[in-house]
Design a binder for this molecule. Structure first.
Ligand code: UDP
Length: 236
């Protein structure tokens, strides 16, 4: 029995590229298979895609580009990830819709929250692309906003190769300690970099629970959705 009726799953760009630039069809097909299983078990699934496997505006800015234009490039990258995942979901027999915050009628619907909810009720997976449509935001923040707007029960923040939130970076500090649970305020006070502060404060102000877990372990999406205590839960 799933623990949640409706989830918002944030997939970072890293999840699509396997650490490289562009998309890795094998990895995406695996993720699509896992999502297909949880949809079949009765959970409504909405997804926000990141775009770091293509472009990050802040990085392009450091290399001389104007930030706002670079951010739009970043947002367009997130749409390519939506289309790639849409393809593998449809191949797995899961009906989908892509909605984008920047209008592009030939490839996706515009972002219409009430329509997104209707799709979810009909068992379709809804993929939200193009971030917020606004420069200077991150897809983490958009994930929190979309989760709230569509009434998701939880925001699942998938990570690659990291099984939760640590008190310091486990890749550089072997003594780093993982939290099973963490309050929004402790997350913010420690200035942890696993998600951006705007996303955490939005979740805090509206009581949206978040679970950080490792997407790299097959079956983990279903484990979280079934209420298994893996990763780190962030709540009040
Ligand atoms: N972006 C933006 N506004 C948004 C969401 C994203 O400008 O509302 C841009 C920004 O340049 C960001 C890039 O899109 O760096 C890719 O998103 P993000 O870095 O959040 O992707 P992730 O780290 O999850 O792969």
């Amino acid at each position: 029995m799933p623990a949640y009726d409706r989830i918002l799953l944030k997939l970072s760009g890293e999840a699509f590229g396997g650490g490289s630039v562009g998309v890795d069809p094998d990895i995406i097909s695996g993720i699509a298979g896992e999502i297909s299983d949880i949809v079949a078990a009765g959970t409504q699934v909405a997804i926000v895609t990141g775009g770091g496997n293509f472009f990050r505006g802040a990085q392009l800015q450091q290399r001389g580009m104007e930030r706002r234009r670079a951010d739009y490039m970043g947002m367009l990258g997130t749409v390519m990830n939506c289309l790639a995942l849409q393809d593998f979901l449809e191949q797995a027999g899961v009906p989908t819709r892509v909605q984008t915050a920047i209008t592009m009628g030939q490839v996706a619907e515009p972002y219409v929250p009430l329509r997104a909810v209707r799709h979810l009720e009909k068992g379709r997976v809804v993929l939200f692309g193009a971030g917020s449509g606004m420069p200077f935001f991150s897809t983490d923040t958009v994930a929190a906003q979309r989760a709230l707007e569509i009434g998701a029960d939880v925001l699942l923040m998938s990570k690659n190769g990291t099984d939760g939130v640590y008190d310091s970076d486990p890749r550089t500090n072997p003594d780093a300690r993982r939290y099973d649970e963490l309050s929004y305020n402790d997350f913010l006070a420690q200035d942890l970099k696993v998600a951006d502060a705007t996303a955490i404060s939005l979740a805090r102000d509206n009581g949206l629970p978040m679970v950080f877990f490792d997407l790299g372990v097959r079956g983990n999406i279903a484990r979280v959705v079934n209420g298994e205590k893996i990763g780190t839960t962030v709540h009040a």
